[in-house]
Design a protein around this ligand. Sequence first.
Ligand code: DQA
Length: 149
Amino acid sequence: MKPVYVLNGPNLNLLGLREPAIYGSATLKDVEALCRAHVATLGLAIEFRQSNHEGELVSWIHEAREKASGIAINAGAYTHTSVALHDALKAVDLPSVELHLSNVHKREAFRHTSLLAPAVSGVICGFGSDSYVLALTALHSLISANKKG
Ligand code: DQA
């Protein structure tokens, strides 16, 4: 079975150091380990990546068309700005989940809009590192049911 791509956008390399009151003390490596432990229980494999560059994220979504069974994406601030990521996700006929550590709807108004939400199967936010676990569980259900959501 093809892996699920878990894609992380800008500034998420600083997880654990960056605004811990909002994003928690776990590092991105810790989040990756949590994801790997969780997918082992589901019988899924993951490809876990982070980039600060919008175009690189677009290219990884294109790559996922052939190589992945689904996409979980925390696009960070690009969530709120990127038509390119919206279009890339629309171009990929795969189950996909947008996720966020924080509850973006409780925060500044500019975080209340997601350009990605209309292009994905569903959205999970506000559960810290567990947002990744929940996103992978949701993707597993969609993939098992052979649905895009
Ligand atoms: C985030 C929320 C975004 O608004 C923010 O720009 C991030 C992280 C989250 O995981 O809570 O970088 O995606």
